[in-house]
Design a protein around this ligand. Sequence first.
Ligand SMILES: C[S@@+](CC[C@H](N)C(=O)[O-])C[C@H]1O[C@@H](n2cnc3c(N)ncnc32)[C@H](O)[C@@H]1O
Length: 319
Amino acid sequence: MKWNKYTLKTRTEAEDLISSMMQDAGIEGIEIEDKVPLSQREKEQMFVDILPEGPADDGVAYISFYLEPDADQEEMLERVREGLKEIAGWGVEIGEATIQASKTEDKDWINNWKEFFHQFYVDDILIKPSWEEVKPEDREKLLIQIDPGTAFGTGMHETTQLCIRQLRKFLTPETELLDVGTGSGILSIISLKLGAKHAVGTDLDPCAVEAVRENMEVNGIDPTSFEMMIGNIITEKEIQDRVGYECYDIVVANILAEVLVPLTPVILSQLKPGGVYITSGIIDDKEDLVVETVKKCGLTVLEVTHQGEWVSVTARKEQ
Ligand SMILES: C[S@@+](CC[C@H](N)C(=O)[O-])C[C@H]1O[C@@H](n2cnc3c(N)ncnc32)[C@H](O)[C@@H]1O
């Protein structure tokens, strides 16, 4: 089926109001293109560290939406035009507000991303989406099922793989794990599958709750073995108290270097004496920054590992 695509040219300040007006009109799947740079918070959540310099923000935004060919196109476009008039009437700058029509060949554009996520290995661990079968030759492998969702962490990123390899070196059946920036829950789920005793995950992003719940279920993780807490462990005393002090054998944090710097002194009090701190999410030119931070906090660096342009620093808290 060919979908009809409509692209509205407008102004960035009107994006939110127009998107919600379109949703109220019954349009699903809106795409927004603009040149507004990402905020620091968005970069942290999307795990973007180095971005190429983009073009300057000219205030122009394009909002695209799709309609099935048998939907009443004119009626929907009329609703959108009425909505635009109303928004303009509130004094909001909506710019040209022209709507350009085109067709998309794509039959299943909503599920298209599935084409790009296939099963893969991290050493002898098989990570696969739920819609793929396990091949007969992989039946003996440790299987982890992860569906890419709204939270970060399919296991394909180099930094996740660096953390998995370091976790394997230090996990024991007694391990109490703290997984800061847990995202999809992948690092805790793999650790529990490898025999860790218990995991606590924290994330800023509320989407992580549902993602972790689904991934725990599909991987048969006992709900009492993995607890999830939403909040900022760096700044929120309440989260620090709930997470608990000196009770973790391993803390893993796959977050950008800029977040690891303020996080490390906090983590120091959460780790048991002798506990291990595994970090990644560090782009190579920030390696020294994280190594220095870890040392300044009194931890002993055990190992620095690399994959592509990414780095992992593992350190131990003294007894
Ligand atoms: C790169 S993802 C890591 C996801 C997963 N642990 C992995 O290794 O694939 C980083 C995660 O850290 C979270 N995050 C960023 N700053 C944080 C903070 N201060 N406290 C808790 N989580 C944070 C983001 O929301 C994101 O889910």
